[in-house]
Design a protein around this ligand. Sequence first.
Ligand code: TRP
Length: 336
Amino acid sequence: METQIQKKRIFSGIQPTGKLTLGNYIGALRNFNILQDEYDCVYSIVDLHALTVRQNPTELRQACLRTMATFLASGLDPEKNIIYFQSQVAAHAELAWVLNCFTYMGEMSRMTQFKDKSAKHADNINCGLFTYPVLMAADILLYQADLVPIGADQKQHLEICRDIAGRFNAIYGDVFTIPDGYFPKVGARVMSLQEPTRKMSKSDPEETYIAMLDEPDVIRRKIRRAVTDSENSVAYDPDNRPGVANLMSILSALSGQTLDQIAAEYGDLGYGKFKDAVADCIIATLEPIQKRYAEISADKAYLQQVMDSGRERASAIAHRTMLKVRKKLGIAPWKL
Ligand code: TRP
């Protein structure tokens, strides 16, 4: 008889910004096909989390679809992975409510992201923003995820998720899998093109990042204008020369060349030639993805089918967890 080895499950939540950057690509999206063989991956486009700030409905809808299309264009196989919209699986909101009752005000008020965001949006400090980490915990726990890929900014949120799960389990027995962070073995951190000591982010000004859907001439221009230094030699020294180091690690990540090989090849050729090579490599990587993106976005029937089947498969897993939770808590449905 065939023995089925249970793969570990990865759960990942993605904000539907609709604008993914080269940093997202190098850090996450290009690894889809490696991950899908080793893990059982669930990707949720977290449109409920997006509602903590005021959204324009048409723009939100487009951003959600763009995010899904970009994932698919990057090589995510919707048969081998689950990809779906959070709001389409009602169990997220249900479990979030339950977990709210197991989370303390004090814990939430200590969250640094809440403090930062409420300072930024002082006119709209809503309860959703306050309990954002609880909804995130519900996302993860519903799928009994073993691993959650997260950046440094989400560490505190994963920690609170583990605390809430542990607290619930301590009362009701083993209901939830306690998740760990997943930190990919490889994966350069891509920095801002203008302030290379900061992470590349699509919330910074346009010239600081490369969007995955940027046109080739835009990419070339942004790389040409990327901050370097006055040394004019290509060598890896991230502490003292972060701009050059960032371009080198981008090139290394995309071309497979090592940093040493890059330094040897471009060392004295000058920044102009080096930057052209970096831009060429980014363009060559993104062009086929952009082409697939255009095809996928135009294929409404395909997108609809991916959406529907993702919702069905995600719902089935979430439903099982919810039944368990309901039973433990003593809330319906009961078997009379
Ligand atoms: N808060 C995460 C972010 O801003 C997005 C997110 C929502 C998430 N739910 C999640 C990430 C569950 C991992 C797991 O990036």
